[in-house]
Design a protein around this ligand. Structure first.
Ligand code: KG4
Ligand code: ZN
Length: 337
C-alpha cells in the first residue's frame, strides 16, 4: 500500500474537524462539527465553552473521518494537528487527541501552523507552483504572504489592527447580525450600493499593510450619529459600502504586491475568502490587470476552518522533511507563519 494517508486534526477555534487526506490533495473525509450555536448567545466565541465542545466531539469526529475514508489506524502514514495560532484550550484538545493516536499507533506527529493550513487548502483544489502569493483573510489574520518554495513563507504585510473578518463581525453586531456576521453582511451587501464612501485606509501607501479599525469606527459613528438624529439608514447600503471599502483595499494591496513580487499563482485563503464580493472583484480584476497569474479561490467549505487543509499542509511538511513533533508538543496561541 503506497498511499500517503494523513489523519489531520483542527481545533483552533470553534470547529472540531478531523480529516483523512490522501497524497496531499485528495480529501477522503473532512468532518466538521461547528459549535457556532453555543457561542451565538454570547456574541462571540467563549474559550471555555469551545474547549468543552471539542472534548465532547473529537472522538466521534475521528471515528467518522476514518469510517468515511474507509481506512483504519494501521493504514495511516502520519497524524497532523494544528498547534497554533488559536485558543490555547481548544488547541490542546486536538493536540492531545493527535498525540494519543500517534503514540498508540507509532505514527509520526506533524505539527501544523493554522495559517499554513489555510494557504495549503489551495492544494486540495489544484497543484501549486512556486513562487505563489497568498492573501490570508480570516477572523484573526489579514496578511499578504509570499511563498517562494514549499513551506517557505515571507510575510510581506499584515493588518496593523483589526483583521478583516473581525471587522465584519464587529460591524455586523451594529447591524443586529449574530456572530459570525461575515456571511450575512456579504449577502446584505449584494442588495445595496456603496453610497457612504467609507475610508479606504492605507490604500495608496507604499507597503503591504492593512488597517480596518478606522473603517469600523467610521461605520459605527455613522450609524450612531443617525440614531441620535432619529434617522434610519439603509442597512443594505451600509453593508455594501463597508464591503466595497474592504474589497477595494484588499484587491488594491494584492495587485501592488503582485506587481512587485511576480508569481505564478495567487491563493486566497481563510474564512473571508468565502466572501462573494471579494471573490467576484478578484476574479474580474485579475482577469484584466494580471491575466498571467492564476487565481485560486478554494470552494466555500475549504475557506473556513477545517482539518482537510491541515492534512494538505502536513503533506507538504512531510515532503520537505520538516521535523516531526515529539510528545512534548504544546499549543502556541500566537504562533506566526
Ligand atoms: O478562517 P476562519 O473560519 O477562522 C479563523 O481562522 O479566524 O474565519 C472566520 C471569519 C469570521 O470573522 C467570519 O465572519 C468571516 O471569516 N467570514 C466572512 C464570510 N464568511 C466567513 N467574512 C466575509 N464574508 C463572508 N462570506
Ligand atoms: Zn482559520
Amino acid at each position: 500500500n503506497n498511499r500517503e494517508l494523513i489523519l489531520a486534526f483542527e481545533t483552533s477555534c470553534d470547529e472540531t474537524s478531523v480529516a483523512v487526506i490522501e497524497d496531499g490533495h485528495k480529501i477522503l473525509s473532512n468532518i466538521i462539527a461547528t459549535q457556532i450555536k453555543s457561542h451565538q448567545r454570547f456574541g462571540g466565541v467563549v474559550p471555555e465553552v469551545a474547549s468543552r465542545h471539542h472534548v465532547e466531539q473529537i472522538i466521534q469526529c475521528t471515528q467518522m473521518a476514518l469510517d468515511e475514508a474507509e481506512v483504519t489506524y494501521e493504514d495511516l502514514t502520519a497524524v497532523a494537528v494544528t498547534y497554533g495560532p488559536g485558543l490555547v484550550g481548544s488547541l490542546l484538545i486536538g493536540i492531545t487527541a493527535a498525540k494519543t493516536i500517534a503514540f498508540a499507533h507509532k505514527l509520526p506527529l506533524i505539527p501544523v501552523n493554522h495559517l499554513a493550513g489555510h494557504i495549503y487548502a489551495a492544494q486540495l483544489v489544484t497543484p501549486l507552483s512556486y513562487p505563489f502569493m497568498a492573501l490570508v483573510v480570516s477572523g484573526g489574520h489579514t496578511e499578504l504572504v509570499y511563498v517562494s518554495a514549499p513551506n517557505d513563507y515571507q510575510l510581506l504585510g499584515e493588518t496593523r489592527d483589526d483583521a478583516a473578518g473581525e471587522a465584519y463581525d464587529k460591524i455586523g453586531r451594529v447591524l443586529g447580525i449574530n456572530y459570525p456576521a461575515g456571511k450575512a453582511v456579504d449577502q446584505l451587501a449584494h442588495q445595496g450600493n456603496d453610497t457612504f464612501k467609507f475610508p479606504r485606509a492605507m490604500i495608496k501607501e507604499d507597503n503591504f499593510d492593512f488597517s480596518f479599525s478606522g473603517l469600523k469606527s467610521a461605520f459605527i459613528n455613522t450609524v450612531h450619529h443617525a440614531d441620535q438624529l432619529g434617522e434610519t439608514l439603509d442597512r443594505a447600503d451600509l453593508a455594501a459600502s463597508f464591503q466595497a471599502s474592504v474589497c477595494d483595499v484588499l484587491v488594491e494591496k494584492t495587485l501592488h504586491a503582485l506587481a512587485e513580487h511576480p508569481v505564478k499563482q495567487l491563493v486566497v485563503a481563510g474564512g473571508v475568502a468565502a466572501n462573494q464580493g471579494l471573490r467576484e472583484r478578484l476574479t474580474a480584476t485579475m482577469a484584466t490587470a494580471d491575466p498571467q497569474t492564476e487565481l485560486i479561490v478554494p470552494p466555500l467549505r475549504l475557506c473556513g476552518d477545517n482539518a482537510a487543509m491541515i492534512g494538505a499542509a502536513a503533506s507538504v511538511q512531510l515532503a520537505t522533511h520538516q521535523a516531526f513533533a515529539g510528545m512534548d508538543l504544546n499549543a502556541v496561541p500566537s504562533l506566526d507563519l
